[in-house]
Design a protein around this ligand. Structure first.
Ligand code: NAI
Length: 364
């Protein structure tokens, strides 16, 4: 236990082995890929149906393998059902609807459990203005990569004495390195050769300080990519004042900051119903909308399936099915741009989920 206090760092060197693997899955004999589908809670069922209908109409070479992720409590630990784990490990890729988390009690978040089970260490969240849907800003084009496994989400909390609780923000060099290295690789792959580390090392000198110093070390291996740093409060101000300043950068940040800043970015383009994401691991990847289960509109046929559809397009590109991704994405964007009668309520429209789905199919 005294090792952490020793002068010799426990993780002294960069490991150089943490880049997320490419998709290595192979199609079945019928030429189709099997993808695990976690439909999720609340509006998850409705938006997953929209994805299934649109994929069937577009003849995308995907076969869905639905799995149940109702949490199991084994030895006091929230666990995924084994068939779900086996399915994701076999297919290497999954599409996931939102999963509701009890507040203040009950099982650990299944979202966290999934990220930990498959070591999904980087959460990629692009945010792009939708042409034809007017918001305060027209040219938002940001990418944010969120550390996905530790930080404020480590779940280490305890009561010291009644009325005094402590929550530990855990930052490690290996996890920081993984997500930062992924950020550099991702920036190169999309031609935005500029990494911005968003942090609060002015206050959290050790934890965020480690994130910052790890970035400086990793950057030595990427001389073609510029590295900059910005304080979280400063980024919040500047991103909302003029998002175009962030067009050419890939932002990388610890867990909680990424969660908040990505919702903020969603607000800039029209809301949570539009924002996709990908959880990247060494071996498997899970793609999901940024939004939650929206209990206020669940079962009413009002949900916007765009975020899950765009997440599925990220998934198709990860699987090198780029033409299918382009076709679905442009049909979705064309539908949103075609007017309020074809948009769902969150985008100030009057369409139901099923009307929107039919319009996307008509625009394929
Ligand atoms: P939420 O994202 O579910 O809803 C926030 C607001 O946005 C609501 O007014 C909702 O109606 C609206 N909204 C969200 N997605 C929409 C869509 N596709 N179409 C139209 N409107 C949409 O956030 P909330 O209410 O804080 O969380 C509800 C539950 O979801 C909680 O149990 C939470 O833990 C869980 N959650 C799960 C996530 C995941 O699975 N990745 C992410 C965020 C929350």
């Amino acid at each position: 236990m005294f090792r952490l206090l020793s002068k010799q760092p426990v993780f002294p060197k960069l490991s150089r082995s943490y880049i997320a693997g490419q998709f290595t899955g192979k199609p079945n004999a019928n030429g189709k890929y099997t993808v695990t589908l976690i439909e999720g809670d609340g509006i998850g069922v409705e938006i997953s149906q929209a994805v299934k209908d649109i994929y069937a109409a577009a003849n995308v070479p995907i076969e869905w393998e639905p799995v149940d992720v109702t949490p199991l409590l084994i030895d006091g630990k929230t666990t995924l059902p084994q068939p779900a784990i086996d399915s994701v490990n076999k297919n290497l890729v999954a599409l996931k609807g939102p999963l509701a988390t009890p507040v203040g009690k009950g099982h650990t978040s299944m979202n966290l459990t999934l990220r930990r089970t498959f070591n999904l260490f980087a959460n990629v969240r692009p945010c792009k203005s939708i042409v034809g849907y007017k918001t305060a800003y027209e040219n938002v084009d940001t990418v944010l990569i969120r550390e996905n496994t530790e930080g404020e989400y480590s779940g280490i909390e305890h009561t010291i004495v009644p009325g005094v609780v402590q929550s530990i923000k855990l930052i490690t060099k290996p996890a920081s390195e993984k997500v930062i290295r992924y950020g550099f690789e991702y920036a190169r792959s999309i031609g935005k050769k500029h990494i911005l580390i968003v942090h609060k090392a002015s206050i959290m000198k050790l934890s965020d300080g480690l994130f910052v110093s790890t970035a400086k070390e990793v950057a030595k291996e990427y001389p073609d990519v510029t590295l900059d740093f910005e304080l979280l409060d400063n980024t919040s101000l500047k991103l909302t004042a003029d998002p175009s300043d962030y067009k050419d950068v890939v932002m990388v940040m610890p867990n909680l900051y990424g969660d908040i800043m990505s919702d903020l970015s969603s607000g800039l383009i029209g809301g949570l119903g539009l924002t996709p994401s990908g959880n990247m691991g060494n071996k498997v990847s899970i793609f999901e909308a940024v939004h939650g289960s929206a209990p206020d509109i669940a079962g009413k046929g009002l949900a916007n399936p765009t975020a899950l559809l765009l997440s599925s397009c990220m998934m198709l590109r990860h699987m090198s099915l780029n033409a299918d991704a382009d076709r679905i994405e442009s049909a979705v964007l064309k539908t949103i741009a075609s007017g309020p009668e074809n948009r769902t309520g969150d985008l100030k429209g009057t369409a139901t989920t099923s009307h929107f789905t039919k319009q996307v199919i008509a625009n394929l």
